[in-house]
Write a protein that binds this ligand. Structure first.
Ligand code: NAD
Length: 336
């Protein structure tokens, strides 16, 4: 029996997390879920978006499955997602994007993995107004040698372990000569240690265009925090949308698995959200827990439901959709 922290999350979070729990149970893995609230739900209950008992629970279980957590735009509390990543030093954000048969999308046979640095640079939220009149605002994006080395090494190790052939480093070192320059220099140093893996680097703006024009040329992509955030949404758009994109936040002492997408307030409470992203994140979690057989079965069950295309949500079948719960049950049935 595994013990896992469950954060259902905001918006569509609780409904898609429920599906993930049912699917994992149907795959035969026994999990004692420790259910805790963070985000908007926790503000209402505890006046704190990240109560201490949430942190304590992850410290004890070392593994969490998390629904999306809303962050107010422009003002209000800081991102709980960023706070969790910092608290547990979850330096890797691993975001695979692959095509599924039966899903109408721009491309087929896309299979790439984004390795996003998850704790530094402009995403760290080190920013302020320079005066009370808000005449200007500053953000400090810190890129460290240690932080860059560990994420770039992760990307190369990942490539080697998973039989991937190429690592592309994405940066903006032509303009951000220090932060981007350091990241790029370190990527070249580390690439030299992995002669078996092809290596290249691309400037972020060109990279965005290249991914849209021909995503098949990419395999493993490693980049800094903000670029990785944007490119991973772009990558999900290439293969059928955010409803299909899982992610893992990995550190030395904890791992938090989640969908790439957010709380989708525009569709919350309507039973129309696609549950696949968090279900696939659940499969990534099972692999992390050495339950690879169950993880494979879940991925195959999701693929089968998508291939048949009869019991899929509105984002995939606008004319004849089923609801979140119904798609979840279809995945459960495939598991037998
Ligand atoms: P979003 O990802 O929530 O939604 C973007 C678009 O994709 C919306 O049109 C939404 O309806 C659609 N979408 C997202 N998930 C879907 C699903 N499972 N099925 C079908 N359609 C889906 O992005 P947003 O609207 O920019 O952000 C909403 C909130 O989520 C914000 O507060 C943001 O900070 C937060 N957020 C959290 C995370 C996280 O918890 N890791 C990630 C991204 C955004």
């Amino acid at each position: 029996m595994h013990k896992v922290t469950l954060i259902p999350g905001d918006g569509i979070g609780p409904s898609i997390a429920d599906v993930a729990i049912k699917v994992i149970e149907a795959a035969g893995v026994s999990i004692a879920w420790e259910r805790v609230e963070a985000g908007v739900a926790a503000i209402e209950k505890y006046k704190d978006p990240l109560p201490q008992h949430v942190i304590d629970s992850i410290k004890e279980t070392h593994v969490a499955l998390k629904g999306p957590l809303a962050t107010p735009v422009g003002s209000g509390f800081r991102s709980i997602n960023v706070a969790l990543r910092k608290e547990f030093d979850l330096y890797t954000n691993l975001r695979p994007a692959r095509s599924f048969e039966g899903v109408a999308s721009r491309y087929h046979d896309v299979d790439l993995v984004i390795v996003r640095e998850n704790t530094e640079e402009f995403y760290a939220g080190i920013e302020h107004y320079i005066d009370p009149k808000r005449s200007a605002a500053e953000t400090i994006g810190v890129v460290t040698r240690a932080g860059s080395e560990r994420i770039i090494r992760f990307a190369y190790e990942y490539a080697r372990k998973h039989g991937r052939k190429k690592v592309t480093t994405v940066h903006k070192a032509n303009i951000l000569k220090y932060t981007g320059g350091l990241f790029l220099d370190i990527s070249r140093e580390i690439a030299a240690e992995y002669p078996d893996i092809r290596t290249e680097d691309k400037i972020i703006d060109n990279m965005a265009m290249q991914m849209v024009l021909n995503p098949h040329q990419f395999d493993v992509i490693v980049t800094t925090n903000l670029f990785g955030d944007i490119l991973s949404d772009l990558a999900s758009g290439l293969v059928g949308g955010l409803g299909l994109a899982p992610g893992a936040n990995l550190g030395y002492s904890a791992a938090i698995f989640e969908a790439v997408h957010g709380s989708a307030p525009d569709i919350a409470g309507k039973n129309i959200a696609n549950p696949c992203a968090i279900v696939l994140a659940g499969a990534m979690m099972l692999r992390h827990l050495n339950e690879a057989v169950a993880a494979d079965r879940i991925e195959k069950a999701v693929a089968a439901v998508l291939r048949e295309g009869k019991e899929v949500t509105r984002d995939l079948s606008p004319a004849t959709p089923v609801g979140t719960e119904e798609m979840g049950m279809a995945i459960v049935r495939k598991l037998g």
